[in-house]
Ligand binder design. Structure first.
Ligand code: NOJ
Length: 562
């Protein structure tokens, strides 16, 4: 399998030196910033973000006050699914740079006190991965076909897919190949796009290969992995029919024969043992969609992964009752396994929360209407302060610190999301949250790079830029900075595994954590609540008089009673 040259100095023993000085359990309350490499910063003016661009902006992330950076995939890939189709897990795609650039990025991040988490994509490879290409080229009976799910078709001439599973991106989850002799041949399974064949994790070579890939990146000095489709690796024995042709949702909670099978846990126990051999408290975070937070907790048992994304939280609307329920349920589910809760509002697969909350409840996580932008931003800011006040670890998606909305009106001809091109796909509008972020007020791509951007940025993007917001009191960027510095300075924020709810008016959440109090008003109307000491931060303008605080609609306030 092709490999790029690895810098000789990236040896395993040196990785220990390169890793940030261990702070025990740093990850339990870490704030982790997701960088989407295509859209963060472009160093060479080709319109596509790259590793060198990210490296040049690391001081910005240090100043923002995050603990770690999670990089979405930058590996060799034909980009059928924006890099989640990997053709070589040990190489950097030339459009993002080289392994030397990855090495420099990891080293610089560590020098700045930032940890680096990379994505690993073990459910499927690219159809251009050497194993898959050979599996097809070698014809029926090739041993490499056993590393994927190849099956004969049903029907008289094998013309029907082997079972009734639908791809998450739309259409059947099976594609029929043409054999080397030109005849219609076997079918292969792909839960996502046809260019993303699923690995067969029953085959020992697959596990061996991924353990080796983990070591490769651990030797490079990374501090952890975000596991893509962590719940999908093991399929139910015999690949049984679903019995329905309902479209499966990427962000769904349904019980499926290809998701959340108990067998996945043995894989993660083995992975954990590898990680623990390395110094510096490195971590795994699972992208695991399960029917309940209780099932999610299984992924973070003490001998498995460290964290799992809390998608139930991400899918909850700006509503006090629903939020309280999901917060309580999450904390309750994580307590028995001793894992920290995690909180997330946005990522590269869902409509940004400033736009979700600008739309009415029930609109879901794939929204194509701008809604009321002002309300959306006010709620997004308030939601962020609520999230950052909860015990556990929080994830921030690039650009949310600028209050960016989703770009809902991208012309169809620029769209790249593979689901958009697959008929009944439900997740075809993810490009809207992937538009390159604005750094400066002016310039061809608002400081993203010197040569335009791979998705068009909307007019007025510059007014939301880092340049336009930094140093401006009350800007969303300064609110995030202050929140993160308060969080660092205040021992009760982030730590622990519970909140003490306080009495509050309808539609308002109020809780105490040590000498810290948070009140989130999810209604559109002002409420008056008792003052709880000194105000540390608020997402909107609050007024205080006679021991009471007037909290405007859609606003969150932090106090310290100490
Ligand atoms: C989840 C990733 O976040 C998403 O972007 C990708 O399309 C699918 N997994 C398939 O890898």
């Amino acid at each position: 399998m092709s490999q790029q040259h690895i810098p000789a100095r990236s040896t395993r023993s040196e990785a220990a030196v390169a890793t940030v000085a261990p702070r025990r359990d740093w990850w339990r309350e870490a704030v982790i910033y997701q960088v989407y490499p295509r859209s963060f910063a472009d160093s060479n003016g080709d319109g596509m973000g790259d590793l060198e661009g990210i490296r040049s902006r690391l001081p910005y992330l240090r100043d923002l006050g995050v603990d770690a950076v999670w990089l979405s995939p930058f590996y060799a890939s034909p980009q059928a699914d924006a890099g989640y189709d990997v053709s070589d897990y040990r190489a950097v795609d030339p459009m993002f740079g080289t392994l030397l650039d990855a090495d420099a990025l990891i080293r610089d991040a560590h020098e700045l006190g930032l940890r680096v988490i990379v994505d690993i994509v073990p459910n499927h490879s690219s159809d251009q991965h050497e194993w898959f290409r050979r599996a097809v080229a070698e014809g029926p009976g090739s041993p490499l076909r056993e590393r994927y799910h190849f099956r004969p078709g049903r029907g008289k001439n094998g013309e029907l897919p082997p079972n009734d599973w639908e791809s998450i991106f739309g259409g059947p989850a099976w594609t029929r190949i043409t054999e080397p002799d030109g005849t219609p041949g076997e079918w292969y399974l792909h839960l996502f796009a046809p260019e993303q064949p699923d690995f067969n994790w029953e085959h020992p070579a697959v596990g061996d290969e991924f353990r080796s890939i983990l070591r490769f990146w651990l030797d490079m000095g990374v501090d952890g992995f975000r596991i893509d489709v962590a719940h999908g690796l093991v399929k139910a024995e015999g690949l049984p029919d679903l019995g329905t042709r309902d479209q499966v949702k990427l962000l769904g909670n349904d019980v499926m024969p290809f998701f959340d099978q108990d067998g996945v846990h043995e894989i993660y126990r083995q992975w954990r043992r590898i990680l623990d051999e390395y110094p510096g408290e490195r971590i795994f975070v699972a992208e695991a969609w399960t029917p309940t937070v209780e099932r999610t907790a299984n992924y973070v048992r003490p001998d498995e992964l460290h964290q799992a994304f809390n998608f139930q939280y991400l899918s909850t609307y700006w509503d006090a009752g629903e939020l309280r329920e999901v917060i309580d349920r999450t904390l309750r589910a994580m307590r028995p396994v001793g894992a920290p809760a995690t909180w997330v509002l946005s990522n590269h697969d869902v409509t940004r929360h400033a736009t979700r909350f600008a739309n009415p409840p029930g609109a879901g996580t794939q929204i194509r209407t701008a809604g009321d932008r002002e309300t959306g931003l006010r709620r997004a800011r308030a939601a962020t302060l609520l999230m950052l006040a909860l015990p556990g670890s929080a994830y921030i998606y690039q650009g949310e610190e600028l209050g960016l909305p989703d770009v809902v009106d991208l012309p169809d001809e620029v769209r790249q999301d593979p689901a958009y091109f697959r008929g009944d796909g439900q997740d075809g509008y993810r490009d809207g949250c992937r538009v390159p972020i604005p750094w400066t007020r002016e310039g061809s791509s608002y400081g993203f790079g010197d040569g335009g951007s791979w998705l068009p940025q909307p007019e007025g993007w510059g007014e939301l830029s880092v340049e336009a917001q930094q140093g401006v009191p009350g800007s969303t960027l300064e609110m995030y900075r202050t929140a993160l510095s308060v969080r660092r300075a205040h021992p009760d924020l982030g730590a622990g595994d519970s909140v003490e709810w306080l009495r509050a008016p309808e539609g308002v959440l109020a809780f105490r954590r040590g000498d810290f109090v948070c009140v989130a008003n999810t209604t559109g109307e002002s409420v008056t609540v008792p003052a709880h000491g000194r105000i540390l931060l608020a997402s909107g303008e609050v007024t205080e008089a006679d021991g009471e605080t007037k909290v405007p609609g859609d606003t969150t306030v932090w106090w310290t009673t100490g």
